[in-house]
Write a protein that binds this ligand. Sequence first.
Ligand code: LMR
Length: 395
Amino acid sequence: MFDALKLQSPDKIIALMKAYREDPRPVKVDLGVGVYKTAEGNTPIMRAVKAAEKQLWDEETTKTYVALLGDAGFHDVMIDLILGPETVPRENVAAVATPGGTGAVHHGLELIRMSNPDVTVWVSDPTWPNHISILDYLGIKWRTYRYFDAEKCEVDFEGMLEDLSQIAEGDAVLLHGCCHNPTGANLNLGQMAEVAEIIRTKGCVPFVDIAYQGFGDGLDTDAIATRHLARHLPEVLIAASCSKNFGLYRERTGILLGITPNEDAANLVRDNMSYLNRQNFSFPPDHGARLVTMILNDPELRADWQAELEEVRVSMLSLRQKLADTLRERLNSDRFDFVAQHRGMFSRLGLTEVEVQQLREKHAIYMVGDSRINIAGLNEENIPILANAIAQVCG
Ligand code: LMR
């Protein structure tokens, strides 16, 4: 029976992780998968997470099931973190804990398909490759809207508006809440408000993927665009991840929120979210969600978590600036100045696939094929290595 299976095309980001690990060269640079790293190349457990884990080890008395939707306390703290107080009435929001942000994206898309089997989901060109993979896996029609001007390395807002003028009633529009992956180029609030207005007048639903809250301009600022959509549109789906801002990658901690116009609608969405968990894996993972709940409910842990997150954010900003300055100096050109303006974990450098391959083969520098780099993979030592190598391959 299994010989009927066919090999799946590998996920580019995951394949890159493996290729990097297997590269025997002593000096190599990993700018691939989106994982935070210190200057020493470690991905530490955040202080507040460690403290909460110790406390949990002492206090937890059972590992029995929680609830199909996950813990209500987790829903509350996450709704507050993402939406802030008073953006929408709490009773209008349905929430379900999911295995990571990817689980939330998957469930959100399934929910969209269950609501409208004929839906077209519009995604930014480019977007996180797994968005498209999941859409294909679920057999959902999708189309792209222009998003990134590859020449200028900034948002192509005119192109975006032109393409979004074609969305039809009942379609869904996938948006990145902040820290666009893979480009690092983001809409400002005014632009998001224009997009919200198109979505509203066309009778479509926005699906916001917010996986990097706190990595761009700060926890609240990064959520402003999402809050605007939630305030001004009757229905919004939000997939959020705690992998990055809590560093909980392997604990698979995420949440899907459904903003609805009233309590009855929220109950209906909640019922279907619960069904999706049950059919796919039953109860969602609890450990990471519980740690997040403990941290956000404890003023001391919360303050420490925020302080460490801020250190991470500021260090990425300074790495951006250093890379832009070094490239400017090595190339005697302002071509890469945009890196300092971009926000979040990634920037797309605008190199060709051949140049990316040369960087890998000749210089042991690993980045995704579209020239996306993980800013957190940079440090004082490898920035000059990268800048020299780019000067060579582009020279
Ligand atoms: C990334 O884009 O590198 C991260 O979101 C990790 C992943 O799962 O792809």
